[in-house]
Design a protein around this ligand. Structure first.
Ligand SMILES: [Zn+2]
Ligand SMILES: [Zn+2]
Ligand SMILES: [Zn+2]
Length: 155
């Protein structure tokens, strides 16, 4: 069954400075992680897939481009895993920061602040196990690390 989206399948949007590329369908047509499925002004968030490690514009892009179904991040995923990326500025966003982000959601990079689609929340279970969502919500917003703890931030 040919879908109109398949004709728009494009090269990934390359990352700069070692940032990962964003993959999907129709990306070069809409840019900034907007794809054939989700391409409003607000659809700029890319999500990393734990199954293959790639950043995709959306779950449908993943499933149309890969030969395996998208796996949600499992319950034991560290909450500081930077599994989201802003398609506008390429800022990586941790699961904790994303789940507990502002409402309506926006890019946390102060130089970007791109507004993001509040409707993505409806699809969280595609991307995160329900246990992981509950764990992140229970943990609350990310706090700065205590002075004593030697926990270098992963760049
Ligand atoms: Zn995958
Ligand atoms: Zn898509
Ligand atoms: Zn941004």
């Amino acid at each position: 069954m040919a879908s109109a989206g398949a004709a728009w399948r494009s090269d990934p949007l390359p990352g700069s400075d070692g940032e990962p590329a964003i993959e999907g369908i129709g990306l070069t047509r809409f840019a900034a992680s907007r794809c054939a499925h989700w391409h409003s002004e607000l659809d700029v968030l890319a999500l990393q897939s734990p199954c293959c490690g790639k950043f995709y514009a959306c779950a449908s892009c993943h499933d149309e481009c890969e030969d395996h179904p998208l796996q949600p991040w499992p319950a034991d995923t560290p909450l500081d895993t930077e599994a989201q990326m802003c398609g506008v500025c390429r800022e990586r966003i941790s699961i904790l920061a994303y789940i507990n982000g502002p409402d309506p959601p926006a890019c946390p990079n102060p130089r970007c602040r791109a507004p993001m689609n509040p409707g993505c929340k409806l699809h969280w279970p595609l991307y995160f196990s329900r246990e992981l969502i509950a764990k992140a919500q229970a943990a609350g917003s990310p706090k700065p690390p205590p002075q004593t703890a030697a926990s270098p931030r992963k760049l």
